[in-house]
Write a protein that binds this ligand. Structure first.
Ligand code: FAD
Ligand code: NDP
Length: 426
């Protein structure tokens, strides 16, 4: 016999924390809700791991960044869960789920049953082995997804202080870790296959600004090639990174950020999957009416795009979790989730925000020499995406609002001339 709950959240990351807060705000009884997480700590704001956590001075440490501080809400420590009668089953991996029987089986052999299940299993970092390169288990190679990874990265930074750090991948992890490493006085080289960093979001013009800024801080770029192998010494440490273009870079530590895969495997063959995630409707409900999915693992209808997408960002995790709980507690007497995609990053003294979709024609505006600048994306005569670096709170709010409204744009040259004023006056 195992335990039984009305609501079970599978996964204890960002979405789980925000869902728990929403459940308690809406009024659940003690012992009705359980969170099962492989991690050994209650849900926390994962974005801190590649930012404040890596600072050389006064680094962020738990409990300061438990959810839901990222949205200026209550801080949900272990004590909070206890006080609110929410059962935390930590350090526990769920091995299998039977959605027909409404049960989960944990690694320790316990069966936990639910009436409603919220899947919040997030994603895992892609490993180099999946691209045919061996060496991920070397003691000075690290990934960054959870607290254990972040602790490992900090220890490596300390033990290789002043040495050569190679960052593999030019996406979010690569960019944020490279900044933190160089702030910690490492010699940093970024290696990635594309012609410019953040290739899935940035235009070449935007990317050039950030790359030049990073270079001014000492970061080197090796672009258009990928890692082919590591040189590993008899102690199991990587000493050099060999690239497909034939060159080799000496390494004291390696950080890998080459993308993620959503954790859907427990549900393959049981729930409908789409675009790599668990397909849900506008109330985050899956193909099984007792099962919801939120955060990185959910593929949900994004109304502004008129299609379903899976998003890998914290704002989407927070809001999709809250929406699912609202829909559950209000018995679906709610409007469907109407989400405007929002991505952001902060590195060095820089800070950017992006709203919407980066498709169609691009119009750049502003001061690309280090002031406030940005870009609009226009598709079929409508504004569909906006990017802004160095804006004020009001300016970010303005581009968000303008993007949500999807105003008509007749003249791209005029849009360029108006720049930020266009969004502010929409
Ligand atoms: P997660 O937060 O990944 O949580 C998933 C949880 O499920 C984990 O606790 C995991 O252990 C658990 N789990 C999975 N499988 C099982 C199982 N079988 N049994 C038990 N438990 C399980 N986004 C931004 O928008 N801005 C940022 O600045 C930003 N920075 C980031 C920095 C880093 C280092 C990382 C890794 C991500 C960052 N993101 C950022 C992305 C953001 O953190 C994710 O989109 C968000 O965490 C997704 O929330 P989630 O709850 O869906 O998944
Ligand atoms: P990204 O998808 O952002 O970037 C992965 C990068 O690695 C891309 O440049 C990709 O190129 C490149 N790449 C892929 N395969 C290889 C390879 N074999 N060798 C070298 N480079 C390769 O993923 P990250 O790992 O950077 O981030 C992981 C997750 O964390 C994402 O969900 C992200 O949203 C999240 N995150 C978000 C942050 C934020 O929003 N500020 C901050 C930190 C993390 P290609 O495009 O060609 O595949």
């Amino acid at each position: 016999m195992g335990r039984a709950f009305v609501y079970v959240i599978l996964g204890g990351g960002v979405a789980a924390g925000y869902a728990a807060l929403e459940f308690t705000k809406r009024g659940i009884s003690r012992g009705e809700l359980c969170i099962i997480s492989e991690e050994s700590v209650p849900p926390y704001e994962r974005p801190a791991l590649s930012k404040g956590f890596l600072l050389p001075e006064a680094p962020a440490r738990l409990p300061s960044f438990h959810t839901c501080v990222g949205a200026n809400e209550e801080r949900l420590t272990a004590k909070w869960y206890k006080e609110h009668g929410v059962e935390l089953v930590l350090g526990t991996r769920v091995k299998s789920v039977d959605v027909r029987r409404k049960t989960l089986l944990t690694g320790s052999g316990e069966t936990i049953s639910y009436k409603i299940l919220i899947i919040a299993t997030g994603a895992r970092a892609l490993k180099l082995e999946e691209f045919g390169v061996k060496g991920s288990d070397s003691e000075n190679v690290c990934y960054l997804r959870d607290l254990a990874d972040a602790n490992r990265l900090v220890n490596l930074m300390e033990s290789s202080s002043g040495g050569n750090a190679i960052v593999i991948g030019g996406g979010y992890i690569g960019m944020e870790c490279a900044a933190s490493l160089v702030i910690s006085r490492m010699n940093v080289t970024m290696v990635f296959p594309e012609e410019h960093c953040m290739a899935r979001l940035f235009t070449p013009k935007i990317a050039t600004f950030y790359e030049e800024f990073y270079k001014s801080k000492g970061v080197k770029f090796v672009k258009g090639t990928i890692l082919s192998s590591f040189d590993i010494d008899s102690d199991g440490k990587v000493t050099a990174v060999n690239l497909r273009d034939g060159s080799s870079l000496p390494a004291d530590m390696v950080v890998v950020g080459i993308g993620i895969r959503p954790n859907t495997s427990l549900f393959e063959g049981q729930l409908t999957l789409e675009k790599g995630g668990i397909k849900v409707n506008g109330n985050m409900q899956s193909s099984n009416s007792s099962v919801y999915a939120v955060g990185d693992v959910a593929t949900f209808p994004v109304k502004v795009f008129g299609e379903s997408r899976r998003l890998e960002h914290v704002d989407s995790a927070r809001k999709s979790a809250r929406h699912a709980v609202t829909a559950i507690m209000e018995r679906h007497q709610v409007d469907e989730f109407d989400y405007l995609p929002f991505f952001y990053s902060r590195v060095f003294t820089l800070s950017w925000q992006f709203y919407g979709d980066n498709v169609g024609d691009v119009v750049h505006f502003g001061d690309f020499s280090g002031g406030t600048f940005g870009a609009y994306w226009v598709k079929k005569g409508q504004l569909v995406g906006s990017f802004l670096e160095g804006g004020t709170k009001e300016e970010y709010e303005a581009i968000a609002k303008a993007t949500k409204l999807k105003p008509e744009v007749e003249d791209l040259a005029e849009l360029e001339r108006q720049g930020l004023r266009f969004a502010v006056t929409v």
